[in-house]
Design a protein. Structure first.
Length: 398
C-alpha cells in the first residue's frame, strides 16, 4: 500500500542522505549490507518488510556508536514514510544526540525535524527547529526559505514570512506560482495593498491565463481608489473571456459608470443580458434604462424602463416614466403612468403623482378630471402650492 503525507518527500531525499551517512563512518560490512537491503525495500515502498529487518538490525548494533546513529536515522526515515511523524522526530533527535553523524548529515536532519513538526502543525517547534538549522546552514536553498515563509505565515509572523518568501523568489531559477500566491496573501494580511498590487501585476504577466489574478488585481486597485486602473484590468479580463459570473460583469458595468462612461456600461449590460449571463430582472432592466438616460439615448432608456416597470410593479418607477413621457409631450402615457404610480404606492409624496396626472389631463383637454387631480394633489403639503397654482390657471382659462 502506498503511503501518503510527507512520505514521498522524505523517501526521495532521505535515502540519498542515508547512503552518504552509511559510507562516511565506521560500519561493519555485514551491517552495511543489511542497511543497504533495508534501503532497497524502502525505495520499493515495501515498508513493512523494511521495518522488520530494521528491528533485527537494532539488536545487532552497539548503542551509542556510529552504526547506532545511522540505524536511528533510518528509523526516522521509515517513521516519516509511514506518517509516524512524532516517532520520526524522536528517532532523529536520538541520532543527533549521539554526535556520531557527519556535520552535513546532522544539519540536514535538523531541517527534517523542522519539516516533521510542520507536518504535525506544531508551528512554534517547527520555527525553532528551522531557525536553529538556518543559523548553521551554509547555502540555504530557495525551497528552504519558502518552507520558512510557510511556517512564519502559520504563526502570523507576516513580516518574517515576507522576507523569507522574497528571498526564495529571488533565488529561484524559474517562477514558482505558489510562492507568488503566498507573497500576495501575506501582503494582504498586513493590509499592504500597494505591495500586493505589485505582486499581482507580476503574476498577471507571468501567468496571463489565470483569470483569478486579473480579478484580484482589479479588486486591489479598486480598494486603493485606483478606479481607472481597476477598470483597465477588468476590461482586459472581460475581452479575454475571463468574466463569467453576473457579479463580475456587474462590477465591470459599475466601473465604467464610475469613470463616467455610461454608454459603454449600457452596451455591456445589454449584451450580457441578451447572452443570459446577467438576469433580466426588473432591477437590472431599470439600471440599463438609467444608463441609457445618462448616455443620452432616451429612446433606448424609455424602452428599458418600460420593461423594468412591467416586471417590478414599482410606484416610483412609474412616476419617473410619467415625467419622462410628459417631457416628450406624450400626455396619455404620462397620465396612465401617474395613475399606475398612485395605485402601486411606495411614493414619498403621492401628491406628485396627482399633480403630474392633472397636468397631463389638462394637456389632453380634460379640464374637470384635471381639476379633480389637482384638488387631490393640494391635500399633500409638498405639492399644495403647485396644485393651487394649476387650479387657478385652469379656472382662468375657462
Amino acid at each position: 500500500m502506498k503511503e501518503k503525507g510527507l512520505s514521498a518527500i522524505f523517501l526521495a531525499f532521505f535515502l540519498l542522505q542515508l547512503a552518504v551517512a552509511a559510507r562516511a563512518g565506521t560500519m561493519t560490512e555485514a551491517n552495511y549490507r543489511r542497511l543497504e537491503k533495508i534501503q532497497e525495500l524502502m525505495e520499493q515502498e515495501r515498508l513493512q518488510e523494511a521495518e522488520e529487518k530494521l528491528r533485527a538490525l537494532v539488536r545487532r548494533v552497539k548503542e551509542g556508536g556510529y552504526e547506532y546513529a545511522v540505524t536511528l536515522q533510518t528509523w526516522g526515515y521509515l517513521h516519516a514514510a509511514r506518517e509516524r511523524y512524532r516517532e520520526a522526530i524522536d528517532a532523529f533527535g536520538k541520532a543527533l544526540a549521539t554526535g556520531e553523524l557527519p556535520e552535513d548529515v546532522a544539519l540536514e536532519l535538523r531541517y527534517n525535524i523542522a519539516q516533521l513538526h510542520a507536518g504535525l502543525e506544531e508551528w512554534q517547534k517547527a520555527a525553532r527547529a528551522y531557525e536553529a538549522w538556518l543559523a548553521e546552514a551554509k547555502r540555504p536553498s530557495a525551497e528552504s526559505y519558502a518552507f520558512g515563509a510557510m511556517v512564519y505565515a502559520q504563526l502570523k509572523r507576516y513580516g518574517k514570512a515576507i522576507g523569507a518568501i522574497r528571498k526564495a523568489i529571488g533565488m529561484a531559477e524559474r517562477p514558482r506560482e505558489n510562492w507568488y500566491q503566498l507573497l500576495a496573501a501575506l501582503h494582504y494580511q498586513r493590509n499592504e495593498l500597494k505591495a500586493m498590487a505589485g505582486v499581482l501585476e507580476k503574476m498577471v504577466s507571468l501567468w496571463p491565463k489565470r483569470p483569478r489574478y486579473w480579478k484580484q488585481l482589479a479588486s486591489v486597485h479598486y480598494l486603493l481608489g485606483r478606479n481607472r486602473r481597476a477598470l483597465a484590468v477588468l476590461a482586459l479580463a472581460y475581452r479575454q473571456g475571463y468574466l463569467e459570473k453576473e457579479s463580475e460583469l456587474l462590477n465591470l458595468v459599475n466601473l465604467y459608470l464610475l469613470q463616467k462612461i455610461p454608454y459603454k456600461a449600457a452596451r455591456i449590460l445589454e449584451r450580457e443580458m441578451e447572452a443570459g449571463r446577467i438576469r433580466r430582472t426588473g432591477r437590472n432592466l431599470q439600471r440599463l434604462g438609467e444608463l441609457w438616460m445618462q448616455a443620452r439615448e432616451s429612446d433606448e432608456a424609455l424602452k428599458e424602463l418600460e420593461a423594468a416597470a412591467r416586471v417590478q410593479k414599482s410606484g416610483p418607477l412609474h412616476l419617473r416614466l410619467a415625467r419622462l413621457w410628459y417631457d416628450r409631450e406624450q400626455w396619455q402615457k404620462a397620465a396612465d403612468h401617474a395613475r399606475r404610480a398612485r395605485a402601486l404606492g411606495g411614493l414619498r409624496n403621492a401628491g406628485d403623482a396627482w399633480l403630474l396626472e392633472g397636468m397631463a389631463l389638462h394637456e389632453l383637454g380634460r379640464r374637470e378630471k384635471a381639476l379633480t387631480a389637482f384638488n387631490q394633489a393640494r391635500k399633500y403639503p409638498r405639492s399644495r402650492s403647485q396644485a393651487e397654482q394649476w387650479i387657478a390657471y385652469v379656472k382662468e382659462g375657462t
